[in-house]
Design a protein around this ligand. Sequence first.
Ligand SMILES: *Cc1c(COP(=O)(O)O)cnc(C)c1O
Length: 384
Amino acid sequence: MDKDYIVFGKPEILDAEIDEVVDSLRKNWLGTGPKVKRFEQQFADYKKVDFSQVAAVNSCTAALHLSLLAAGIRPGDEVITTAMTFCATVNAIIHAGATPVLVDVLPDTFNIDPAAIEDRITESTRAIVPVHYSGNPCDMEAIMKIASRHDLKVIEDCAHALESDFRGQPLGTFGDYGCFSFYATKNITTGEGGMVIAKSPEAINRIKTLALHGMSTDAWARFSDDGYKHYQVTQAGFKYNMMDLQAAIGIHQLERIEANWEKRRALFARYHQAFADLPVQLPVAEDDMGRSAYHLFPILLHDSAAVSRDEFMVKAHNEGIGTGVHYLSIPTHEFYKNAFGWNENDFPVAQTIGQSTVSLPFSPSLGESEIIRIIDTTRRILTT
Ligand SMILES: *Cc1c(COP(=O)(O)O)cnc(C)c1O
């Protein structure tokens, strides 16, 4: 690939991360150990929760799956989520044995429409999984009210929302569980990785047991110098634990999170200004709902734009700029259509977003000349 190609979602890996990984390798400690613990403590401090309320796992998908199981979701249950999310949100619900039920989104934030949630609640509904799209907070006041009225669990998909809050309270701390992603393109990365925040230490113990083969939680102490300990398998669990090699990267990523958030915020403002006159809908800025993590910069092309969304992506690629789609709406995928009989036309807002938006490169590691190229190329493709 051309060395000048601007990759979409390029992570920022500095010497601190590289040295920390090498340190783990030299110490011969690769798996779950002291660095995972350090990363969990650092994460808990950042989100203003206790160490006993967090568990590191190997992806946000794992975090969602285990949270649903720990919340007691079982086959036959229905779980409400948004039609505008990554497939992992819906797959986790399916893997928990439950039936996903979709709700359309709001046209400005692309977040689940709280007013439409209640219409979809039945006797079988047990949980709501809101997704804070691009890090813009969902209306957690409205969602928590609905949940408490109908006695539903809430599991927040915070894959985009690491730095976000709703009216001052960190996202992921409203629901019973909050699930975070450290995938390579997310605001901080561990390569692959995830984290769960739970309201109670008991819930975190359930998660930790499920994340490690269903072995009793003190089995985590097996990864220490204290000598051999017997463990009991208490249920058929999974293999979802985070490695020290991953935490080694995350520790230093988390140290820079606020500095990089400032860069994202500045780039957001700059793109907004540069594209204000284009035939596109720009992503909403922060409002009184709270702080955004500024995870993505999706532009929604109006019909009056010079090209379609797909043509835009091809042209941008040919000019050395990688872009992304977040996301095709969930019911457009054949598998879900066949499994649940969904029709994308029943979710018109998500459908339009899926057909007409493209996410521009939006990483704090972009250099000045790259930003100028992205702006100039985007303007040119959309106007000529
Ligand atoms: C990335 C993402 C996930 C999955 O995260 P992984 O860590 O890759 O498993 C889930 N939900 C949303 C909204 C995401 O963007």
